[in-house]
Design a protein around this ligand. Structure first.
Ligand SMILES: NC(=O)c1ccc[n+]([C@@H]2O[C@H](COP(=O)([O-])OP(=O)(O)OC[C@H]3O[C@@H](n4cnc5c(N)ncnc54)[C@H](O)[C@@H]3O)[C@@H](O)[C@H]2O)c1
Length: 331
């Protein structure tokens, strides 16, 4: 099987590409390198360019007529940037996705696995969500993802396009073989802040201790990026069966329990040497209690459950931090 991965030189797309290779699926990558890295693509078949470039898409399909599905990871993903530049974000994430899908239909490629998000849900009182939970995007970025899902569902209802939207929660870690990982030095989530605290010797602050969670700190659903990548392999292999008679299906990719910030800090300090000192502080403006997925749809439809632990995510993030500069220098 051969698949096109848009955004294949980014964090998640490159990990999906490695998981495909390991599973005997041939990936072809398309990436503009606006945030991706050529070093992540160079060992594979890849095209540098934009998903909205119809001529380039035609070339990809002319050179690879056996592409059976597309994993669409290409997007801009920085929430504060989307607040500053909503036009740019709708253009990049929604308008260009429409251009891409028009060309996929033209070239007879009807299976689309879409990188969506779990960040647009409104959680219930216990913080848990499933695919039927209300979608209340909290940023232009999150709304572009919801808009794409709606747009793809409308198109799928009236054309041969079929769509599996994989709603990721909070990816952490790196390819366990360290072929690729996060391009940025410090991820913006709490694990990134813990890594930063470890390097700087400063304490790590748990911001907010009065949320309605099991220990009062915020809750997130950290999923190892390798587990996410394996879910894409399952989505590609089981695509037709997972959809059945439906035309577009969303699937949460989370752990089922979530991790509080305090639990994350404790898990980090079991692994990190020297451990980071932890202090508590008030909530920051804009902070939310957070959410985790309670759904078993991924297990039912894809046969997928996370296999790697939070400790694996933390240690692979730390191992990646140790080789990141060399990998990005092409070594
Ligand atoms: N990282 C997360 O926390 C997270 C969570 C939920 C969903 N997602 C989704 O997963 C996908 C991948 O995210 P990521 O974390 O790997 O981000 P990333 O920035 O590392 O990867 C995105 C890739 O897409 C490429 N790209 C962007 N616009 C393009 C265009 N018009 N044409 C061609 N290439 C383009 C970039 O160069 C980059 O390589 C995104 O769709 C994102 O919305 C990410």
């Amino acid at each position: 099987m051969k698949v096109l991965i848009t955004g294949g030189a980014g964090y998640i797309g490159s990990t999906v590409a490695s998981a495909c290779v390991d599973a005997g699926i041939t990936p072809v990558l398309l990436d503009s390198l606006i945030t991706g890295r050529a070093e992540f693509a160079r060992e594979l078949d890849w095209y540098q360019g934009d998903i909205a470039d119809a001529g380039l898409i035609a070339r990809v399909f002319a050179e690879h007529p056996d592409i059976e599905a597309v994993v669409h990871c290409a997007a801009l993903i920085v929430v504060p940037d989307s607040v500053r530049d909503p036009v740019g974000y709708y253009q990049a994430n929604v308008a260009k996705s429409l251009d891409l899908v028009r060309e996929l239909l033209r070239h007879g490629c009807h299976r689309l696995v879409f990188s969506s998000t779990g960040c647009f849900y409104q959680p219930g009182p216990d913080g848990s969500v499933d695919e039927g939970s209300p979608i209340v995007p909290g940023s232009p970025y999150a709304r572009t993802k919801a808009a794409c899902e709606g747009m793809f569902a409308d198109i799928a209802a009236g054309t041969p396009l079929r769509v599996l939207s994989l709603r990721y929660f909070n990816p952490v870690g790196a390819d366990p073989r360290l072929r690729t990982g996060l391009q940025h030095r410090y991820p913006t989530h709490a694990l990134g802040k813990l890594i930063q605290a470890r390097e700087s010797g400063q304490p790590f602050a748990i911001t907010g201790t009065d949320y309605p969670t099991r220990d009062g700190s915020g809750i997130r659903d950290y999923v190892h990026v390798w587990d996410l990548a394996i879910a894409h392999v399952a989505a590609l292999r089981r695509f037709d069966a997972a959809l059945g008679r439906a035309t577009a299906v969303p699937i949460n990719l989370g752990t089922g329990t979530g991790t509080t910030v305090r639990e994350l800090a404790d898990a980090f300090n079991l692994i990190a040497e020297p451990p980071v000192s932890v202090v508590t502080a008030d909530r920051r403006p804009g902070d939310v209690a957070g959410a985790f997925s309670r759904s078993d749809r991924a297990k039912r439809l894809l046969g997928w459950e996370p296999q790697l632990s939070l400790g694996d995510g933390i240690s692979d993030s730390l191992r990646w931090a140790g080789v990141r500069e060399a990998r990005l220098a092409g070594l």
